[in-house]
Design a protein around this ligand. Structure first.
Ligand code: ATP
Length: 334
């Protein structure tokens, strides 16, 4: 049986890394059918809209999208496309694995963790932001809800359960921010009680940052509120050697969008030298999500084997390979 997914080829290096990724997925025989949809600068030029209705309809219909990086033009009143997508589909869980791969700039050899960041509330509210008329005082609100906390913590535990992970760490600052972070922590404890088979740990965010840098191997799944999650997931990407190998997923009840964490890399666009690994790893997350964990694992193992063999690595990994050459080396190992 084939599964249809929406594919957004994106801007800058987007089309190059997407072609490479689809090539590997085809070799994997994952039975995917691609419905191509425009977004970003390409869509603005063709349809006069950064995120055309047809693209939103395609994602709503297929419920799963694989997306390359997009450019949101600076100024002109454009809202970030990623933020609009999150809002439109209520993609409440931002899921970012951080794994140390061989022959990369990873700081450690034994990191394998996932950050689950709440994506829709917390300190990221557009409303309630104020600067006083004299410019001397600024104010911004933070909103945490029981519903928002419950669904994100439940997502983290369900993910741990589905992927055989053993521990969930809730990262908070409830000792100081007693209202919002306190509510998040209380709800996390309630949800954790329903998963006795998975170890639950609580950690204050400042300590979590220190522990992540000093002993990252102790972490398995981290779950936290929006702002802490934003910072921690980039910290984790840095621990495993930067954004070239960092995938991410934005997941809601009715849609899920899988992407590379890096941007459009205009400095190397069109040269065929971008590293396709982040998008390939996002594709592996997508395969897990659509019930193909064995194919996801085959893909990850092929990436690891190719890195181990230093076969056709791209420039950012110290090689001289091309995007498609690297993809073919990975495809030959799936
Ligand atoms: P954007 O404005 O879209 O965020 P950016 O250039 O500011 O683009 P990134 O696209 O994340 O930010 O790129 C940061 C640096 O990392 C650039 O030098 C870019 O060439 C490099 N880079 C990003 N992604 C890749 C990749 N997949 N392969 C190789 N280098 C990459």
């Amino acid at each position: 049986m084939t599964q249809k997914i929406t594919v957004i080829r994106g801007d800058g290096i987007g089309p190059e890394i997407m072609d490479a990724t689809l090539y590997v997925l085809d070799q994997l025989g994952a039975g995917l059918e691609y419905e191509f949809a425009d977004a970003g600068i390409v869509a603005l030029e063709k349809h006069g809209d950064l995120m055309p209705k047809e693209t939103l309809d395609s994602i709503a219909r297929n419920k799963v999208a694989l997306k390359s990086p997009l450019t949101t033009p600076v100024g002109g009143g454009f809202t970030s496309i990623n933020v609009s997508l999150r809002r439109h589909f209520d993609l409440y869980a931002n899921v970012r694995p951080a794994i140390s791969f061989p022959n990369t700039r990873s700081r450690y050899e034994n990191i394998n963790m996932i950050t689950v960041r709440e994506n829709t509330e917390g300190a990221y509210l557009a409303e309630g932001q104020e600067v006083s008329a004299d410019g001397e005082t600024a104010f911004s609100g933070t909103k945490v809800t029981r519903k928002g906390s419950e669904r994100i913590v439940r997502y983290a535990f369900e993910l741990a359960k589905a992927t055989g992970r053993k521990k969930v760490t809730a990262v908070h600052k409830a000792n100081i921010i007693k209202s919002t972070s306190g509510l998040f922590l209380n709800v996390a404890r309630e949800v954790a009680a329903k998963y006795p088979e998975i170890e639950f740990q609580e950690m204050i965010v400042d300590n979590a940052c220190m522990q992540l840098v000093m002993r990252p191997e102790q972490f398995d799944v981290l779950v936290t509120t929006n702002l802490f999650g934003d910072i921690i997931s980039d910290l984790c990407a840095g621990l495993v050697g930067g954004l070239g190998l960092a995938p991410g997923a934005n997941i809601g009840e009715n849609a899920a969008i899988f992407e590379a964490v890096h941007g459009t890399a205009p400095d190397i666009a069109g040269k065929g030298i971008a590293n396709p690994c982040a998008l390939l790893l996002a594709a592996a997350q997508m395969l897990d999500h659509i019930g193909q964990p064995q194919n996801a694992e085959r893909l990850r193992k092929a990436i690891v084997a190719t890195l181990e063999a230093k076969d056709s690595l791209t420039g950012d990994l110290g090689g001289t390979g091309t995007t498609m050459g690297f993809a073919k080396a990975i495809a030959s190992r799936v």
